[in-house]
Structure formats: C-alpha cells, structure tokens
Write a protein of this length. Structure first.
Length: 236
C-alpha cells in the first residue's frame, strides 16, 4: 500500500523542498497550494525525478477557511490513510499597528485559521488510523518577539503553542508532532534585499531537520525545533 504525504504550500519554497524529500522517501504526494500553474510545474518536476510515485495537486485559497475545510475533507474521504501532513502554507506580511483589517484577516486566515482547520481534520483521520506524522512550519518569530512583524509573529506563536499542545495530546495515540521554527529562509517570500540570499537558511535545511527528527529512536521526540540564521543572530 502506498504511503501518502499531504503537503500544503507545496508549489514553492519550503513546501516544495519538503515535497522532494518525501518523494525521495517513496511517499506518494498530495500537494496543496493556491497557484495552480506552479503546482503543475512542481508536479512535472517531481514526476520526472520520481516516476514510481503518484502525485495529486489541488488548488485551494487559504484565505478562505471554509474552502480549505471542504477540500481537506474531500482528500480525507478519497484516501484510506494519510501518513504524513506538512503544514507549510503561509504568508509573511511586514507591519504591526499599520496593518489594515483586510491585511490582518488575510494573515490570520492563511497562517492560523486555515492551517489549524486543515491540521485538525487530518489528525482526526490519523486518530482512526492509529498512526501519523505532523510537521508544522512555525518560525523563530513565534518563539521570541521580532520588531516590525508583530502580527506575523503572533500567528507563528499561535502555531507553536498549538503544535506543543498537539504533541502532548497525541503522544499516546501513535501520532508524532514537530513544529519546525526556522529564521529567515531563502525563498521568494523573504527576497526583500535586506539580507543576501546566500546568508539565509537553505530550504534543504528544513528537509534535513525533518530527516533528523524522523531518525530519532522511538523513545525520543522533538516537538519544537528552532533553526536559527547565523546572520540574524550576529546582528543582535
């Protein structure tokens, strides 16, 4: 039976890199993202490298939690198992007190409400299975305050707290939870010119982090894993 990894935000950046990791591990993929064109490009690249797996792509707008709920429910119903879920969909929005209500709603819907909605639904599926792995993409901005991105930091702090609660709740049910908390990663989302790209964390560092967590013995766990950027820390 095929093992399935459901990955949100899979068309670019961290989500795309993690898709390649699980494809390399032999998992069939369910890739979810907003941009259908980028999803098709990601699928074509993955199929050329890993022809033995199956790849599904589904476009969904994470600004609309009810749409996310509908799509994730449909995915759950059409698969016997979902072995892994990676919640990578997210946006970085600079600003704090100046953010408009529209901007704030978009940020919270994508980074928090839709992410938790999708994750909750898949967890119920994993409870029925009796196994599963959850990887949420948090941020070091969710572990400590960062000036000028207060609202974004708040959404990531909520994801960290949510993940830590899930970890404790799901330990006895055979479901592992890890919240990866990177600093500035080299993706188009952070390409604002403030830091040279070659000084940022690489997307492959996230896949290596997942591989490390998965390599731990059955008696060990890492519910939260910060991945710091040396350049940022040197500025402090």
């Amino acid at each position: 039976m095929s093992k399935f990894a459901l990955i949100t935000g899979a068309s670019r950046g961290i989500g795309n890199a993690i898709s390649h990791y699980f494809a390399q591990q032999g998992y069939s993929l369910i890739l979810v993202s907003l941009n259908d064109t980028n999803l098709k490009l990601a699928k074509a690249e993955l199929e050329s490298k890993y022809p033995s797996i199956t790849i599904e792509t589904i476009s969904v707008d994470f600004k609309k939690p009810t749409e996310v709920e509908c799509i994730i429910n449909s995915i759950i119903l059409s698969h016997d198992t979902i072995d892994v879920m990676v919640n990578s969909a997210g946006v970085l929005m600079a600003g704090h007190t100046q953010l408009t209500l529209v901007q704030l709603s978009e940020l919270i819907n994508i980074n928090l409400i839709s992410t938790i909605t999708a994750c909750n639904l898949v967890i119920e599926k994993m409870k029925q299975q009796g196994f599963g792995e959850i990887y949420n993409i948090g941020s070091t901005a969710g572990l400590e305050p960062v000036p000028k991105i207060a609202a974004y930091s708040a959404t990531k702090a909520a994801i960290v707290s949510y993940s830590q609660s899930l970890y404790k709740e799901l330990i006895p049910l055979g479901i592992s939870v890890c919240c990866l908390c990177p600093s500035v990663v080299d993706t188009d989302m952070t390409n604002d010119g403030r830091i040279m790209n070659d000084l940022k964390i690489e997307t492959q560092d996230l896949t290596k982090a997942i591989d490390f967590v998965r390599s731990l013995s059955s008696c060990a766990a890492m519910p939260t894993l910060p991945i710091r950027c040396k350049t940022i820390d040197l500025e402090k």
